[in-house]
Design a protein around this ligand. Sequence first.
Ligand SMILES: Nc1nc2c(ncn2[C@@H]2O[C@H](COP(=O)(O)OP(=O)(O)OP(=O)(O)O)[C@@H](O)[C@H]2O)c(=O)[nH]1
Length: 401
Amino acid sequence: MPLQKKQDVVHGLTGQFCDARREQRYRWSIQERVRSEFRLAVSVAAGVFGMFAIADYYLLGLTRAFYTLLALRVVVVSLCLLVVYLVRQGSKCDDRRWLHAIPLWVFATGIILIVPLRPESLSTQITAVVVATMAFYLLIPNRLMIVTAASLYLNIGFLVAAVLFADVAPVPTLLISLLLIMGMVVGFFALLRLEILQRKQYALLHEERDQNSQLHQEIAHRKSLEEQLRVLAERDALTKLNNRGHFMNVAKQLLQSCQADRTPFSLLMIDVDHFKHINDTWGHSYGDGVLVRIAEVCANALRPSDVIGRFGGEEFVVALPSTSAAEAEHIAERLKQRVAALVFKDGVSELTPSVTIGVATKDAEASGLEALIKRADELLYEGKRAGRDRVVVGREGLSPR
Ligand SMILES: Nc1nc2c(ncn2[C@@H]2O[C@H](COP(=O)(O)OP(=O)(O)OP(=O)(O)O)[C@@H](O)[C@H]2O)c(=O)[nH]1
């Protein structure tokens, strides 16, 4: 049997989950409802028990027996209302089962004590005992064991009182016993069935909730996998910048919207100077670290609307939408200075990297992104030839300066 099913097994005689923790959780879940139903049932029962004082008056008149009975009813009703009050005052997590047992035992004692006071109305009292037993079972929710104990006390106590104070002969005693047993058995099985059904319903509800939460977890897991896949497809593994393919897609869209808005669009090609030397001197993995740091510095120096990507090797590319050549030059200078401000140390020697940047700007009419990249690349290599560590700016159709 799977674990889920095992903990949902309900005991056939107690009507409770065999798993104690499951039972505890079930009780907590219905505690508030049990408390309010209990308060209602005991209040109504106390009212009915008190109202029988009218019947006492018509049967006994203003006699000593009547006053004794009246006092008994007042005590029973007061005790029950006190318990109702205490249950109402208790905290939500308070599962005082003994408190729920008190009114049942008080009612039972009250009913038993009526026998010596009104032995002549035994037949009416037998009916009252059967009705009280059924009421115990049907009106007090989720308290099968407490109700069973109180019913046994009421029925046995009543029978003993009937034999002692109402002089019932053996055969009628047997018949009364059978009637009382029948009432108890019917009440017990009715409540047992109810308890089992309620727990099965609870277990089903939980199974459904568990399935729902599993489904939600699976959806969240899939979303995170999709996100990871997206990152893998769009990001460069080393620098975490956009990879070349993704950069091209985003830059193309930016260029199109700039063309539609008739605003300029600039592109920077950035190449780290003498990077082979860095690798050769400091090692390839140290070179990786230098690239990561330069990528970070460049990305942090840009505006949110700009897009940066790793074009390949030690070369980066930046798309600057709605940016004129002069503004792009300014941004490129800023990037160059930020990179130049970086210092790498290995304990003995120091390294200050530099970059050469080609800046190409294009106005609304001209050709596509590839042509602009090619132009920026040419400008970059002009800078390399001119000695590196510089920004070379050009405009489409114009010579670089
Ligand atoms: N550590 C590291 N090195 C890389 C990576 N990608 C490319 N390189 C190295 O970068 C170096 C680029 O060398 P070159 O193309 O000669 O350029 P350079 O040495 O920077 O010289 P200039 O660009 O002319 O200043 C090569 O040695 C590549 O192996 C990388 O991801 N990590």
